[in-house]
Ligand binder design. Structure first.
Ligand SMILES: [Zn+2]
Length: 173
């Protein structure tokens, strides 16, 4: 399955993703195809809508202490629901759909997640640190929300200006 990353301001990023009901080979193909594209683009998380599939599915691979992302650390999260969230943390986030732009975003510090794996089995996960941040970032994608939506009005204005300039430069080069 050949996938490409959908980039802002593509309207598909605003779609609300649908619950996954069939844990079949189609889903497995999608997940298997999302993994290399995330790794090739140096991502730590990718939601299905970012490759144009509006499904409640996302993958995460948080770098370990050495900065490595071995495949055994890959998490495949289907139909996630946050059941607990606590604390507050600020982290400089980026997004494969908003390339080359980073901003400080406020998130919950810890959370508990219920989700399903690729075979539809119910799983539970307690997360903190970068994993908790990445889960919230990717779950926002499932609701059609981007991290830039969380910026203040003036920072958002600045972003729009910078982003347009970068896109122009990219086209010219
Ligand atoms: Zn993102």
């Amino acid at each position: 399955m050949k996938l490409t990353i959908v980039e802002y301001p593509d309207r598909r990023l605003r779609l609300k993703s649908k619950e996954v009901t069939s844990f079949n080979s189609k889903l497995h193909n999608l997940l298997d195809s999302m993994y290399p594209i995330m790794m090739d683009t140096n991502g730590i998380g990718l939601a299905a809508i970012q490759v144009a599939y509006p499904l409640k599915a996302l993958i995460l691979n948080i770098p370990d202490e050495e900065g490595e992302q071995p495949k055994e650390n890959l998490l495949e999260i289907i139909n996630p629901i946050v059941t607990l969230q606590n604390g507050e943390t600020i982290y400089q986030e980026g997004c494969l759909s908003v390339p080359k732009f980073y901003e400080d975003i406020k998130r919950f510090e810890t959370l508990t997640l219920n989700y399903q794996d690729r075979d539809g089995n119910t799983q539970m996960l307690e997360a903190d640190g970068l994993l908790a941040i990445a889960i919230q970032h990717e779950m926002d994608h499932l609701e059609g929300v981007l991290f830039i939506d969380k910026l203040s009005y003036s920072r958002r204005k600045k972003f729009e200006k910078e982003y347009k300039r970068m896109q122009k430069e990219q086209k010219n080069s």
